[in-house]
Design a protein around this ligand. Structure first.
Ligand SMILES: Nc1ncnc2c1ncn2[C@@H]1O[C@H](COP(=O)(O)OP(=O)(O)OP(=O)(O)O)[C@@H](O)[C@H]1O
Length: 340
C-alpha cells in the first residue's frame, strides 16, 4: 500500500513558482530519499506533506486518504506525521525528557513511553540533560525520538545530519535508519548527499528545479540516470562524445556497451560514465594518455590525464609509479547515452 502519494503538486511563493507539478510516492514501511541541489524545493515539498504549507494545486494522499487538494487542508496534527527539522530544532529550555514529551498527548506523556522511545534511539541515559549539554549526534537522536514518540505512521526528516562532521554523519544516519526500520514507519529523508541517499533509502527521488526528474531504486538512478542533470545530481559524472552504433558507444577512450539511451538518441551522442569506470588498463587494452597532474588522496591517487584535447580524472593506486608520464586508460561496464 502507498503511504504517501503526491500528485501534480504546485506551490509558488510571492508569484515565484517553487514546485512545478511534483509526482512522488512512498510505499508502506519504505524509506525514500528526496535528493536534489540547494533550492530545488525539497523542504517545500516536505512541509506540504506535513501540512505546514498549503498547496496551490495538485493533491496529497496519506494511506489513500486525501489530506490536501482543492478546497481541502487537513491540519498537521491530524496527519500522523513526525517531523525532524534541520539541526538546532530542540527546545533549549527543556530537558531531553521535556523535549520528547512535548509532542505527546497528556495521557501518553508517561515516563514509561518516553523511556521506551529514548531507548529506541539509544539515549536513555541522557534524559535529564539540556540540549546544550548534548553532542550534535545526540541532539539528532533526541530530535528523532521526539518525532517518533507519538507513534507516527510517516516520519519526515529534513537534512537531519547537516551539522555533523562526515564520520559522525555516516554513523548517525545508519543508526537513524536502523531505528526508523525498527519503528515500522515510512520515512522521507531530504538530503543533497547522494551517498547518504543511496545508503539509507529503498527509493530515491531526484529533484531538480521544482520537479521530480527520476524516482527509482538507488542502483537504477545511479547507473541509469534519466538525464544529464540526474547523472550530475546523483554523483560525479564524466561526459564523452560518442558515436552510437547499435548497442555500442564508440568514444575516444574505446567502445563501450550501451546500458540505456534517452529516447531519440542515435548517431552522435554524449555518453555518461562514472569516474570509477575509467580505469588504468594493461598496455594495448585502451587508449594512451599523458599524465598532467597527480593528486594524493590517501588510499588512492587521482591522475589528471590528457587524450588529445580531452582531460579526465583516473583513479590509480597509491603505489602508482611516481616517474610514469604516460598511462593506458580503459573503460569498464556500460554507459548511458544522451542527445549531444
Ligand atoms: N516561505 C517562503 N517564502 C518565500 N520563498 C520561499 C519560502 N520557502 C521557500 N522559498 C523559496 O523556495 C525555493 C525552494 O526552497 P526550499 O527550501 O524548498 O529548497 P531546498 O531544496 O530544500 O533547499 P536547501 O537544500 O537549500 O534547503 C527557494 O528559492 C526558497 O527561497
Amino acid at each position: 500500500m502507498t503511504s504517501v502519494r503526491v500528485r501534480e503538486a504546485k506551490k509558488a511563493f510571492n508569484g515565484q513558482s517553487v514546485l512545478r507539478g511534483v509526482d512522488f510516492a512512498v510505499r508502506d514501511g519504505e524509506i525514500a530519499a528526496l535528493l536534489g541541489p540547494s533550492g530545488c524545493g525539497k523542504t517545500t515539498l516536505l512541509r506540504l506533506i506535513a501540512g505546514f504549507e498549503r498547496l496551490d494545486g495538485g493533491a496529497i494522499e496519506i494511506h489513500g486518504r486525501e489530506v490536501a487538494g482543492e478546497g481541502l487542508h487537513v491540519p498537521p496534527e491530524r496527519r500522523r506525521i513526525g517531523y525532524v527539522p534541520q539541526e538546532g530544532a530542540l527546545f533549549p529550555h527543556l530537558t531531553v525528557l521535556g523535549n520528547v514529551g512535548f509532542g505527546l498527548a497528556r495521557r501518553e506523556r508517561t515516563r514509561e513511553r518516553i523511556g521506551e522511545v529514548l531507548a529506541l534511539v539509544g539515549v536513555q541515559e541522557l534524559a535529564e540533560r539540556y540540549p546544550h549539554e548534548l553532542s550534535g549526534g545526540q541532539q539528532q537522536r533526541v530530535a528523532l525520538a521526539r518525532a517518533l514518540a507519538p507513534r507516527p505512521e510517516i516520519v519526515l526528516l529534513d537534512e537531519p545530519f547537516n551539522g555533523l562532521d562526515l564520520d559522525l554523519r555516516r554513523a548517525v544516519s545508519a543508526e537513524v535508519v536502523a531505528t526508523l526500520r525498527r519503528s515500522g514507519a515510512s520515512a522521507i529523508l531530504v538530503t543533497h548527499d547522494p551517498e547518504e541517499a543511496f545508503a539509507s533509502a529503498d527509493t530515491v527521488a531526484v529533484m531538480n528545479q521544482g520537479a521530480i526528474a527520476q524516482q527509482g531504486d538507488p542502483r537504477s538512478v545511479y547507473l541509469q540516470p534519466a538525464s544529464a542533470e540526474v547523472a550530475r545530481i546523483t554523483g560525479a559524472a564524466v561526459f564523452l562524445d560518442a558515436t552510437i552504433r547499435g548497442a555500442v558507444a564508440e568514444t575516444a577512450l574505446g567502445s563501450m556497451p550501451l546500458g540505456a539511451a534517452s529516447p531519440g538518441v542515435n548517431g552522435f551522442a554524449r555518453v555518461c560514465v562514472r569516474p570509477e569506470q575509467i580505469v588504468l588498463g594493461a598496455p594495448g587494452s585502451g587508449c594512451a594518455a599523458k599524465i598532467l597532474a597527480r593528486s594524493f588522496r590517501g588510499d588512492h591517487t587521482v591522475l589528471t590525464v590528457a587524450i588529445g584535447e580531452f582531460r579526465l580524472p583516473v583513479r590509480a593506486p597509491t603505489s602508482f609509479a611516481a616517474d610514469a608520464s604516460v598511462v593506458e586508460v580503459a573503460l569498464e561496464g556500460s554507459c548511458v547515452a544522451f542527445p549531444r
